[in-house]
Design a protein around this ligand. Structure first.
Ligand SMILES: Cc1cc2nc3c(=O)[nH]c(=O)nc-3n(C[C@H](O)[C@H](O)[C@H](O)COP(=O)(O)O)c2cc1C
Length: 325
C-alpha cells in the first residue's frame, strides 16, 4: 500500500534505504546525499508490502503551477510490479488537487546507459513528453533529458477525478466557471441527438440552503454551488429511450470540467432518487416542469480536505484484448 510520509526523519530513512540499494542510478555520493536531504522537505510517498518499504517518490515545487518529480526509487527486486506507476499516480493526484498544471522530471537521456534507457521508457509510459535535452546541465557524459507532463490533458483529468465528499471552501464559484461546466454537460453526445439532459445551476445562497435542508442524510452541506441534472424521458426512436445514457454522459463531462477547473464534486444520484424521492422535492423548489425528472446533484467548490483515489480492480482484471480469455 501507498502511504504519504510526513515525518522528515522517516523520509530520510526511507530514501537512504532505497537509494543506497540503487547504485546504478545513484552512484555519486554527493548527489545521492543531496536527494536524501532534500527528500525530508518534499511531499513524499512510500510503497509498503506489509512493514517492508519497497519504493518511494518525492515531488518538489519548481513554480507556482509546476512540480518536479524530484526523485524516485523502487528496489530492484520489486521492479515490474507496478509500484512506480502507483507511486506516480498518488503524486499526480496530489499535484492536480493542489492546482498544479505541469510536472517535469529530469533524467540522463536515452542512448547513454542501459539502466537510464529503462528510466526513460518508464517516464514515457507514464505519459511524460520530451521537452529538451541540456547537454551541460550535469556533465558531458550525462546529458540531461527534461520531460514534461500537462496535468490538464483529458487523460490526466480523467485519472485524477475522484468523488469528493469532504468540506468545501466557502469561496463562491465564478459564474463563468459554472457556465463552462454546464456547457461541458450539454456538449455530451445523446442518442439520436435528442438532447434529453438539461441542468439548473444553483448558486443563490437561499435556494442552496433550501436544497441542502431536505437532503437526508446530509451531503455537500458546505458546497457554494450545485448543478442539478434534469432528464426528459423521451424516446430516441421507436420505443428506445436513451435518456439515462444521455444524462450519464453529460454528468461525466461535467465532473471532468469541474476537476479541470480546480474544483471537486461527487455524482449524487443514489442519495436523492431513493424511495424518499428527495429529487422530486428539489424539482419543486426549482419549479422544474412536469416532463423533466431531477436525477442527480453535483456540488461544485474547492476542496479543503485531502482525499484519495478509492481502490479499483487492476486493469488486467477488467480490460482484455481481442477476446475474454
Ligand atoms: C449512478 C451513480 C450514482 C451515484 N450515487 C452516489 C450517491 O448517491 N452518493 C455518493 O456518495 N456517491 C454516489 N456515486 C459515486 C460513486 O460512489 C463513486 O463514483 C464510486 O464509489 C467510485 O469512486 P470514484 O468516483 O472516486 O471513482 C454515484 C455514482 C454513480 C455512477
Amino acid at each position: 500500500m501507498i502511504r504519504f510520509i510526513e515525518d522528515p526523519a522517516e523520509r530520510r530513512k526511507i530514501s537512504r534505504y532505497i537509494l543506497e540499494s540503487l547504485r546504478e542510478w545513484f552512484e555519486v555520493d554527493e548527489s545521492r546525499e543531496g536527494y536524501i536531504e532534500g527528500s525530508a522537505d518534499w511531499p513524499f510517498w512510500a510503497y509498503f508490502e506489509g512493514d517492508a518499504c519497497e519504493g518511494f517518490l518525492c515531488l518538489k515545487e519548481t513554480g507556482d503551477k509546476t512540480m518536479e518529480l524530484a526523485v524516485m526509487g523502487v528496489l530492484k527486486t520489486s521492479h515490474r510490479k507496478g509500484i512506480g506507476r502507483r507511486l506516480f499516480a498518488a503524486a499526480r493526484d496530489y499535484a492536480s488537487q493542489k492546482g498544479y498544471e505541469f510536472i517535469q522530471v529530469k533524467t540522463v537521456r536515452s542512448g547513454m546507459y542501459d539502466d537510464y534507457d529503462i528510466t526513460n521508457a518508464f517516464y514515457r509510459s507514464l505519459g511524460f513528453k520530451e521537452l529538451e535535452v541540456l547537454e551541460d546541465y550535469w556533465d558531458e557524459a550525462n546529458p540531461c533529458q527534461i520531460y514534461v507532463m500537462s496535468l490538464k490533458s483529458a487523460v490526466n483529468t480523467i485519472a485524477s477525478r475522484h468523488s469528493y465528499r469532504g468540506t468545501y471552501s466557502p469561496d463562491p464559484v465564478p459564474e463563468d466557471d459554472l457556465l463552462t461546466i454546464a456547457r461541458a454537460g450539454i456538449d455530451a453526445p445523446s442518442g439520436c441527438n435528442k438532447q434529453t439532459t438539461d441542468v439548473i445551476i444553483v448558486n443563490d445562497p437561499d435556494t442552496l440552503s433550501k436544497i441542502k435542508e431536505i437532503i437526508d442524510p446530509p451531503v455537500a452541506r458546505t458546497a457554494p454551488a450545485m448543478i442539478i441534472v434534469l432528464t426528459r424521458r423521451i424516446n430516441a426512436y421507436r420505443d428506445r429511450c436513451f435518456a439515462i445514457q444521455d444524462y450519464s454522459a453529460a454528468i461525466e463531462n461535467m465532473l471532468l470540467a469541474i476537476v479541470e477547473l480546480g474544483y471537486q464534486s461527487c455524482w449524487y444520484e443514489g442519495h436523492i432518487t431513493d424511495e424518499d424521492r428527495i429529487c422530486d422535492r428539489i424539482a419543486s423548489i426549482l419549479n422544474v416542469p412536469d416532463e423533466y425528472d431531477v436525477v442527480c446533484l453535483l456540488p461544485v467548490g474547492r476542496a479543503v480536505e485531502d482525499f484519495h483515489a478509492p481502490s479499483k480492480k487492476p486493469v488486467t482484471e477488467r480490460v482484455k484484448f481481442n477476446s475474454w480469455s
